[in-house]
Design a protein around this ligand. Structure first.
Ligand SMILES: CC(C)(COP(=O)(O)OP(=O)(O)OC[C@H]1O[C@@H](n2cnc3c(N)ncnc32)[C@H](O)[C@@H]1OP(=O)(O)O)[C@@H](O)C(=O)NCCC(=O)NCCS
Length: 173
């Protein structure tokens, strides 16, 4: 008897038909509604710049959203924020999150994004090249606020606060 074939991970831009499954993945991964509501609010506001869905054997198992980050005072640097990234709990530790992160970075490069920000566990996000940033944030965190400069040194000399789109503060995430 043949052994089962490992499901191949397929990552593509999310489409409107994915919304229900994305909601379910977010609620499962975070064990609450807040992030699912945030993603719906960002999408509804037309502020989802990149949304990716990961499929294993035709099941939507992971998702990542990137939205605009505005540095204040304004600077001519094109920035996105990754938030949230989620993977079905039963599939954690199998590389889905990493695959989504690599693709999110690739898609950002394709849009000529200068820098990507995120707030998350440094031990995880350092592996994708993110580093602690001197740019401030609305959440008052230090080590956990990280940036990846796709355009080398684009944040050097900039003194400002990175702001996520208003859905983040509106939904309290
Ligand atoms: C974070 C998350 C997306 C990672 O997805 P994943 O598919 O499990 O990640 P991968 O399989 O690519 O990587 C797993 C590795 O990341 C590490 N990792 C995962 N979350 C981590 C964290 N919070 N801190 C440190 N390391 C972490 C694991 O220990 C594992 O390490 P290893 O490669 O040395 O074994 C997933 O755990 C998740 O959905 N978590 C709940 C939602 C969440 O917290 N999202 C992040 C904040 S927006």
């Amino acid at each position: 008897m043949n052994s089962p074939v490992e499901p191949v991970l397929d990552i593509r831009l999310s489409n409107t038909g994915d919304a229900e499954c994305i909601h379910a993945v977010l609620v499962d991964a975070f064990n609450r509604q807040a992030e699912a509501e945030l993603v719906a609010a960002v999408r509804h506001a037309g502020e989802a710049v990149i949304e990716l869905s990961a499929f294993a054997a035709d099941e939507l198992v992971g998702h990542v959203l990137l939205s605009r980050i505005q540095i204040e005072p304004p600077v001519a640097v094109h920035c996105l924020g990754i938030a949230p990234v989620s993977v079905l709990t039963r599939l954690h530790g199998q590389g889905v999150g990493s695959a989504l992160m690599h693709r999110a970075i690739e898609e950002s490069r394709a849009l000529s994004v200068d820098a990507i920000f995120l707030l998350g566990a440094p031990a995880y996000y350092r592996r994708f090249g993110f580093q602690r940033t001197h740019i401030g944030n609305e959440y008052g965190v230090t080590d956990a606020f990280m940036a990846l400069e796709l355009e080398e040194a684009c944040l050097a000399g900039i003194d400002g606060i990175a702001r996520y789109v208003s859905a983040f503060s509106d939904t309290g995430v």
